[in-house]
Design a protein around this ligand. Sequence first.
Ligand SMILES: C[S@@+](CC[C@H](N)C(=O)[O-])C[C@H]1O[C@@H](n2cnc3c(N)ncnc32)[C@H](O)[C@@H]1O
Length: 261
Amino acid sequence: MSQLPFDEGTSQRLEKLYRTRDALRRRRLVREAVGARVGERILDVGCGGGFYLAELLDAIGADGSLAGIDSSPAMLAIAARRCDGHDNVTFREGDATALPVDDADFDAALCVQVLEYVPDVTAALVEMHRVLKPGGRLVVWDIDWATVSWHSSDPARMDRVLRAWDEHLADPSLPRTLATHMRNAGFEDVRFDAHVFATGEFDPDTYGVAMIPLIEDFVAGRSGITPDEAAAWAGEQGDLGDRNEFFFSCTQFCFQATKTH
Ligand SMILES: C[S@@+](CC[C@H](N)C(=O)[O-])C[C@H]1O[C@@H](n2cnc3c(N)ncnc32)[C@H](O)[C@@H]1O
């Protein structure tokens, strides 16, 4: 089955999702891990709508520079608009496994919720290793979707919805093997932190609630789930919210590593 398409429709939905409080928290954690310094050159692999690039501009200053690469023209168009007027930010369409940039060109690279969509993760990490300078820093963020704990009065339907949602990417539990992929690609000093995104409130500013329309749209018509059933699944979450019985939790992982040589 085909993965989530990063087209015009998805990019509009992500634009909304990435303005939520939980998305702001995630970007703060990623920025802290990247630790950008004045004058640095930083690459965002799978830059999406360019939120990270726009937010890194202050840290690198006028002497630094940024590059964003993404395989989706729709996402790149949004990113370019967001960074309009800053001539130290460039964008290229390209695949994570064949980065259209020179060797040893960057002080740091980030790759947030992208590798879980890439079938050959080691190939993408080998590319990130190639384009970093010796001493360069890498930050990768991905979700283990098997950590999702989500209340429903119909757990069998919830389970089928989440299994269908697993089809939206290449590896729903990539964090479990990511450290090995990183070491195989030549990175050293590999480490990670786990961050729980959980809520008991039906608050559209939280990751779980903001994901409901995306999941409903994606699973409708997949794995035997009809559009009516997908709508009933989403509707039940609103009902649980009305009764103050909503519960969502998932664990997201921030990996860091260094290119030593
Ligand atoms: C969930 S979005 C994350 C966007 C951005 N990193 C962020 O966190 O705001 C995933 C992004 O990865 C891009 N992407 C997926 N597969 C890719 C690949 N093989 N090479 C480059 N970009 C890819 C998509 O086009 C999309 O913009």
